[in-house]
Design a protein around this ligand. Structure first.
Ligand code: SF4
Ligand code: SF4
Length: 394
C-alpha cells in the first residue's frame, strides 16, 4: 500500500539517490549543531540510508545516528534537490531500525479507552482538593477529565460544521486548549462535532518505524472520524501526521488528509463577535517544526496573535529548528532532548516576555518544565487568544 512497504526498498533508494551531497541541510540540523559530526547531519544520514538500502553492512554507530534524528524536517525544507527526508527516514526506520515502544506509546495507544480512566481521574481530583499535609503537600493533580458533548452548536452566524480531533495526549494533558478551541470555533460560526472513541493518530509509532501499529491506529481513527467536513486539530504534531495519512493508508488516508486543517486557520480575530482585553502583553511565539516544515505555515499563529489589541509578539528562536521533543526523541533520547531544551530556555530568558506560546502539545510538555523557574506560562496560542476575550457581544 505504501512505498515504505516496498519489499525491495526500491522507491526509498530512488528518493535517497536524489541527494547531491551539497550539505546545505547541515546548517539547519539541530543534531549537527549539537554533535558536530557528519554522521549527525542530514547528508551523513542520507548516505547511511543509501548504504542500508543498497544492502551494504554499516557499523553499529549508524543506528545511533539515525536514532538521534528528530524528524524535524528542517533539512527537507532547505534541500535544493527535493529529497523527501521525512518520509525517507520513516521508511528506513521501519525497515531497519524500529524503536521499541515506550510505556508512553502503550499508554497513548490505550487512550482510546480513556473514558475508563474516569473514576481514577475523579479520585485524583478529590485527593488534590484535600488540605495539604505538613511537609508532604498535596497529591499531584491528575489530568482533568470530563465528558465532551457530541456536538456544540455555532454561536455566531453559521458557517459550517467541523469535527474536532482531540488527540490522545492533548485530551488528557491539554484539555484547556481543546476547550478554548471549541469556544473560538463556535464564536467563529462553526458547529463542532466531537465524535467519541477517538484514540491516537499513530504519529509516534509511525515515525519510530512501527508501521503496523501506526497503521492500525490510523484505521481506527478514520472509523471514529467518518464524515465529510473539515477535521480540525489543535496540536500541529498530530495534524502534520494526519495531513500525510496518504502515506499510511493510501487513497482512504489521502482523502481523509484533505479534510484536515489546523483550528487556527478557521479563526479570524477581527470578525469574532467579542470585546478583547487590551492590557499590554508581550508574548514569545515558538513555532514547532511540524508547523514550520510540514504544514509550512510558520506565520499562522503570529497573524492571529498580532491582531489582538495590546499584544506584542516576539519570535522565540534558538538557532535550532527543534526543541528536542521531535519524533518521540524526548522519550528515547532524553539527554539530547534536555541539551536542546536548555538552548531554548536560555533564548527565552533574553526575551523578557510575560507569556510564551507553542502550537504543539509535545513541544509544550517538553519545554514547560524548563520554564518553571522563570515563572513564564507556556500555552497554546488558541488558549491565550481565548483568555484575551473580555466579553462576548450579543
Ligand atoms: S540539502 Fe538535500 S541534496 Fe544537499 S546534502 Fe542535504 S539532502 Fe543532500
Ligand atoms: S530531520 Fe531534523 S534532526 Fe533529522 S537530519 Fe533533518 S534537520 Fe537534522
Amino acid at each position: 500500500m505504501t512505498r515504505s512497504k516496498d519489499p525491495q526498498g526500491q522507491d526509498w533508494a530512488e528518493a535517497a539517490g536524489q541527494c547531491v551531497l551539497c550539505g546545505m541541510c547541515s546548517r539547519v540540523c539541530p543534531t549537527y549543531h549539537l554533535y558536530k559530526e557528519e554522521g549527525e547531519s542530514p547528508r551523513g544520514r542520507v548516505v547511511m540510508m543509501q548504504a542500508l538500502l543498497a544492502g551494504e553492512t554499516v557499523g553499529e554507530r549508524w543506528r545511533e545516528h539515525l536514532d538521534h534524528c528528530l524528524g524535524c524536517r528542517a533539512c527537507e525544507a532547505v534541500c535544493p534537490s527535493g529529497v523527501a527526508y521525512g518520509p525517507l527516514l520513516d521508511g528506513v526506520r521501519a525497515r531497519f531500525a524500529p524503536s521499541a515502544p515506550t510505556w508512553v506509546d502503550r499508554f497513548a495507544a490505550g487512550v482510546r479507552w480513556w473514558r475508563r480512566l474516569g473514576p481514577l481521574l475523579r479520585l485524583g481530583r478529590r485527593l488534590h482538593a484535600l488540605p495539604a499535609l505538613p511537609g508532604v503537600g498535596r497529591p499531584p493533580l491528575l489530568p482533568p477529565q470530563g465528558r465532551w458533548a457530541r456536538r456544540y452548536p455555532a454561536q455566531g452566524p453559521f458557517r459550517g460544521e467541523v469535527t474536532l480531533f482531540l488527540g490522545c495526549v492533548a485530551s488528557l494533558w491539554d484539555r484547556d486548549t481543546l476547550v478554548a478551541t471549541v469556544r473560538l470555533l463556535r464564536l467563529a460560526g462553526y458547529a463542532v462535532r466531537v465524535p467519541p472513541s477517538q484514540g491516537c493518530c499513530g504519529a509516534l509509532a509511525w515515525h519510530e518505524g512501527r508501521e503496523g501499529e501506526g497503521r492500525r491506529l490510523a484505521e481506527r481513527l478514520l472509523e471514529a472520524l467518518t464524515g465529510e467536513g473539515p477535521v480540525v486539530t489543535a496540536a500541529t504534531g498530530c495534524s502534520a501526521h494526519l495531513r500525510e495519512y496518504g502515506a499510511v493508508l493510501g487513497e482512504a488516508g489521502a482523502a481523509f488528509a484533505n479534510r484536515v486543517c489546523e483550528a487556527g486557520s478557521l479563526i479570524d480575530i477581527e470578525s469574532l463577535p467579542v470585546r478583547w482585553r487590551d492590557a499590554p502583553l508581550r508574548v514569545a511565539l515558538h513555532v514547532p517544526c511540524s508547523q514550520a516544515f510540514v504544514w509550512r505555515q510558520p506565520a499562522l499563529y503570529r497573524r492571529l496573535l498580532e491582531a489582538l489589541p495590546g499584544v506584542e509578539v516576539v519570535t522565540w528562536e534558538a538557532g535550532l529548528s527543534c526543541c528536542g521533543a521531535g519524533g518521540g526523541r524526548l522519550l528515547h533520547e532524553p539527554e539530547q532532548a534536555e541539551r536542546l531544551r536548555e538552548r531554548w530556555v536560555a533564548a527565552l530568558r533574553k526575551l523578557q516576555v510575560d507569556v510564551a506560546v507553542t502550537s504543539n502539545v509535545g513541544c509544550r510538555l517538553h519545554l514547560a518544565p524548563g520554564l518553571e523557574r522563570m515563572d513564564i506560562r507556556l500555552l497554546h496560542p488558541l488558549a491565550l487568544i481565548e483568555q484575551r476575550i473580555d466579553e462576548v457581544e450579543s
